[in-house]
Design a protein around this ligand. Structure first.
Ligand code: HEM
Length: 504
């Protein structure tokens, strides 16, 4: 009886929620016909959702070319502003960052994927999570991850690529970056049987969000339409990994009586620290993190850390296959800095200057986060324009990175632009908002990427080792991979490269 009653209540709730979803979709549709608010920036007429989905990179680039560094758009009934002027981008991300929030953007907020984790939370929740997570991303911690990074790279070139030949490097790099993030931050191996499953689940989830962001996300995630059910299945597959990580670390801490977070090595330290952390910092409440909070953070770091570095490695490898002269320069560099069979480590990072330049240049023309979203938390002035509370602001690293006013031969791959006359990497490369405020692969301001140093260490060490041990080329007749703009700037679903081992 109680069960039947509960089932009945559930049905009523489901009906109410479905009606609510329908009315949200309808109000989005109706809003498409409302006049644009006064002071809204000029832009193309009508709703541009379909043009945007068709080719986001071409559409946004053309819109910026035609209307300038701030463009007003109507996307699936929402008022959206596209920003590609460096001063306005700086205003949103840094100078007036308090006027903008994550909630209300059509990316991950309110989703079961990352819950209320660091990437999407706002206000005090975000401040607390950032305070608790910061130590795991400081330089000393990142240096300690270099062992996990070079071990994963060595396994790739000496085991998986042992036989050489054609490989789907995108799949290989996704596996590597997942292993690195879980090993370095959580001290856990991903069981091989789970790795492919997790890789697929992350890909599916990103594709799902790509479609929703473009379509205005009218039908809430909990409505059991087939697409949502498939997404929930991906979330569950990821949770299997997350809960096994939490359990492993709990077990480890239980068996180390009086254990505290690792002192000399940070491996596993992040989860250990989060499990034991009390928010004692300035403004902290002395409380620990809830299980749900921990799940959201781990899920966030896997999603934010594995996807972006996996696809960056793929873009860099594809560039080096296309530009063998650049690959040769890296090979000469790494052979002088750390000849085989030396293990690469954080000590070598600063000397791998050409490798760093190649990474920076690839992130310029193929920025994984090609669009960064915010939502005005109150009515706000942006340049000469007034934005009403709730307006979505999209900042485009992709357009900023190619602005011909600031970048010489902006569409060309020229790693040398990152080195000065003495061959040193330009110190302002990753400082503030980079060169002329026009380089933000890791975002900017208080919400910049917490994993910047970690990602750079991983990309530089992995690429240096690969170049020392292998040559990469595109199979004859294969064009270089073209970007696919979903939530991130992805390569095609497979990227085949020929691997020739140098010792062969
Ligand atoms: C090439 C690799 C990477 C790129 C291009 C990248 C890019 C970005 C960008 C652009 C943002 C800012 C988003 C915004 O302003 O809305 C961001 C935030 C973030 N990234 Fe990364 N990321 C990378 C690697 C990583 C890694 C390795 C981790 C962790 C293991 C990570 C964790 C995060 C987190 C947690 C945030 C949210 C920070 C906050 O809001 O406080 N990222 N990332």
């Amino acid at each position: 009886m109680a069960l039947a009653q509960a089932a009945g209540q559930q049905q009523v709730q489901f009906l109410q929620e479905t009606l609510l979803a329908g009315s949200e979709a309808m109000s989005s549709f109706q809003k498409g016909f409302e006049p644009l608010p006064k002071g809204f920036p000029p832009g193309p007429e009508g709703d541009v959702a379909i043009d945007l989905v068709g080719d986001p990179l071409a559409f946004t680039t053309q819109a910026a070319r035609k209307y300038g560094g701030i463009v007003g758009l109507r996307i699936a009934g929402q008022n959206v502003v596209l920003v590609s002027d460096p001063l306005l981008a700086k205003r949103v991300l840094i100078e007036d960052s308090k006027s903008y929030q994550k909630e209300g953007t059509a990316f991950f907020p309110n989703s079961s994927l990352t819950g209320n984790g660091l990437l999407v939370s706002d206000g005090e929740v975000w401040q607390r999570q950032r305070r608790l997570s910061n130590p795991a991303f400081r330089q000393a911690a990142v240096n300690s991850y270099s062992r996990a990074i070079s071990q994963a790279a060595e396994r790739l070139v000496h085991r998986r690529w042992r036989a050489g030949g054609a490989r789907d490097v995108y799949a290989d790099f996704n596996d590597l970056s997942l292993q690195v993030v879980t090993q370095a931050l959580f001290g856990s191996e991903v069981p091989p049987a789970l790795a492919a499953d997790v890789r697929e689940a992350i890909q599916d989830a990103f594709e799902y969000f790509g479609r929703r962001a473009a379509g205005g996300a009218a039908i809430p995630e909990w409505v059991p339409i087939p697409e949502n059910l498939q997404f929930q299945a991906s979330v569950t597959r990821l949770e299997t990994l997350v809960y096994s990580i939490i359990e492993t670390r709990r077990e480890y801490l239980r068996h180390r009586e009086g254990a505290t977070a690792s002192q000399d090595s940070f491996e596993g330290g992040l989860v250990d620290q989060l499990l034991q952390a009390r928010d004692d910092g300035e403004g902290g409440d002395g409380e620990g993190m809830s299980d749900l909070g921990l799940r959201d953070e781990i899920m966030t770091l896997i999603i934010a850390g594995a996807e972006t570095t996996g696809l960056s490695l793929t873009w860099i490898a594809a560039m080096l296959a296309e530009y063998p002269d650049v690959a040769e320069r890296i090979r000469v560099e790494v052979n002088s800095v750390a000849p085989a069979p030396q293990h690469l480590s954080s000590h070598h990072y600063s000397e791998l200057r050409v490798t760093q330049a190649v990474v920076l240049e690839t992130l310029r023309i193929r920025p994984p986060a090609y669009m960064v979203g915010r939502c005005a938390s109150h009515d706000v002035q942006l340049g000469p324009h007034e934005l009403a509370a709730g307006t979505t602001v999209l900042i485009s690293p992709y357009i900023l990175h190619r602005n011909p006013e600031y970048w010489d031969r902006s569409a060309e791959f020229i790693p040398g632009r990152w080195l000065d006359a003495e061959g040193q990497v330009l110190p302002e490369a990753l400082r503030g908002m980079g060169l002329h405020g026009c380089y933000i692969p890791f975002g900017g301001g208080p919400r910049n990427c917490i994993g910047t140093g970690f990602a750079m260490m991983e990309l530089v060490l992995v690429i240096a080792l690969i170049m020392r041990e292998c040559e990469l080329s595109l199979p004859p007749g294969t064009p270089s991979p073209e970007p696919n703009a979903l939530i991130t700037l992805r390569p095609p679903s497979t990227v085949q490269l020929n691997i020739i081992k140098n010792s062969d």
